[in-house]
Design a protein around this ligand. Structure first.
Ligand SMILES: NC(=O)C1=CN([C@@H]2O[C@H](COP(=O)(O)OP(=O)(O)OC[C@H]3O[C@@H](n4cnc5c(N)ncnc54)[C@H](OP(=O)(O)O)[C@@H]3O)[C@@H](O)[C@H]2O)C=CC1
Ligand SMILES: O=C1OC[C@@H](O)[C@H](O)[C@H]1O
Length: 362
């Protein structure tokens, strides 16, 4: 079982606010904020959701960059953003941007993050952090050289219910954790040109969806010591269903399922010798959970009061980290993002999923 000795100091002020109330207050004000000026790179689906959540949290979104000036303009108009840049390079050169949220498709994450880091900007990079471990290490090293914050936008880890779950686990309420299971299964597009299916855009269920339960297992149980994986490969060569089985150093086992073509329960469960936690659907976004003792007694019922989609919590954590002069998240350290990418690389080798852009660096 993961223990409390691991450095969890990020956002520790934020985490203390959670601890006092079991959740953030509706205002979600971080106890220390750097007052960062945010830029958004790319204007796709998730960029819209993130911009809305930045607004919900009252954070300062000042610029957007797109490959096309018209997209940047329209996004800027929609969210009242003052500066619309018609290229990522222009966004990088904007001296009045402190931190950039990278929301391009996975194969572009490393290149886009490196561009921003080279201009001295902090980066919050969408999941998966990069396409593979080599790219993740390059971003980690560049951020360290420049002394800027680089953080994987695995937003789930920053959500109030996950903060509370880590506290319950650390307190030993579950006894010895023996098993964990979670799924991320959705019926999404079968269009071969959609980024989920196109290998040139990093297509595949594992990197897009499976990364959530995989990262969750690492969060609660630490790095796996053995990894097994099976997959169904779709028409384009991208994985559509993936099942993983991990064994962890404590002796616990964990399983995950991901699918981009079939919608499952999207629940998660942590099972210990004294009690279990059942996280309701959709477990990786703001939701409720119960802690139930082995004899059936309900020890805790947690309900979520998050406003918006919940992506603001990772942004609030970034604000706190920068305010504290930190360049790495204690909730998801860069070293762990790199190690998770390495494990995903190994799983992809096993199931035979290779991305064209890896021909030179992979
Ligand atoms: N945290 C979460 O819940 C979610 C995270 N994600 C992650 O966010 C990233 C983006 O996903 P999503 O927003 O769904 O993707 P979209 O396809 O909706 O948007 C991606 C954007 O990236 C830019 N882009 C840069 N290069 C390319 C390219 N070669 N082809 C297409 N678009 C390109 C475009 O913006 P422009 O034209 O403005 O430059 C485009 O709009 C993924 O890595 C994904 O894993 C996605 C969904 C949910
Ligand atoms: O991160 C994600 O979570 C929600 C999914 O719908 C999306 O494809 C994925 O990128």
């Amino acid at each position: 079982m993961r223990n409390s000795s691991r450095n969890r100091s990020i956002g520790d002020a934020t985490a203390r606010a959670y601890r006092r109330t079991g959740r953030y207050a509706s205002g979600m004000t971080p106890s220390s904020s750097a007052g960062l000026r945010w830029g958004i790179l790319a204007t796709g689906g998730i960029a819209h959701a993130f911009a809305a959540d930045l607004r919900t949290a009252g954070l300062d979104l000042v610029a957007v960059g797109s490959r096309r000036a018209a997209s940047a303009r329209s996004f800027a108009d929609e969210f009242g953003v003052s500066r619309a840049h018609g290229s990522y390079e222009e966004l990088a050169a904007d001296p009045d941007v402190d931190i950039v949220y990278i929301s391009s498709p996975h194969p572009a994450h490393a290149e886009n993050a490196l561009l921003m880091i080279a201009h001295g900007k902090h980066v919050l990079v969408e999941k998966p952090f990069t396409l593979n471990a080599a790219e993740a290490a390059a971003v980690r090293d560049a951020a360290a050289d420049k002394g800027v914050l680089a953080m994987e936008a695995m937003w789930t880890r920053y959500l109030p219910h996950m903060v509370r779950i880590r506290e319950i686990v650390a307190a030993g309420t579950l006894g010895e954790i023996r098993a964990l299971t979670a799924d991320h299964t959705q019926h999404l597009s079968d269009d071969p040109t959609h980024r989920l299916n196109d290998l040139a855009l990093g297509g595949g269920a594992l990197l897009d969806l499976g990364i959530y339960p995989v990262s969750f297992a690492w969060d609660i149980l630490g790095a796996p010591v053995t990894v097994s994986v099976s997959a169904r490969i779709g028409e384009t060569g991208a994985d559509t269903e993936v099942a993983t089985v991990f064994a962890h150093a404590s002796g616990a086992v964990s399983t995950s399922l991901s699918s981009s073509r079939a919608a499952g329960p999207n629940t998660a469960h942590i099972i210990g010798t004294d009690a279990r936690i059942d996280i309701d659907r959709v477990w990786y976004s703001p939701t409720s959970f119960r802690v139930t003792a082995t004899d059936g007694t309900v020890l805790e019922e947690y309900t979520s009061e998050v406003q918006g989609r919940g992506m603001q919590y990772q942004a609030l954590a970034a604000e706190e980290l920068v305010a504290a002069g930190r360049t790495d998240s204690g909730i998801l350290p860069l070293e762990e993002s790199v190690a998770i990418m390495a494990s995903l690389d190994e799983m992809r080798r096993t199931i035979g999923v290779h991305y064209p852009s890896e021909d030179s660096n992979g």
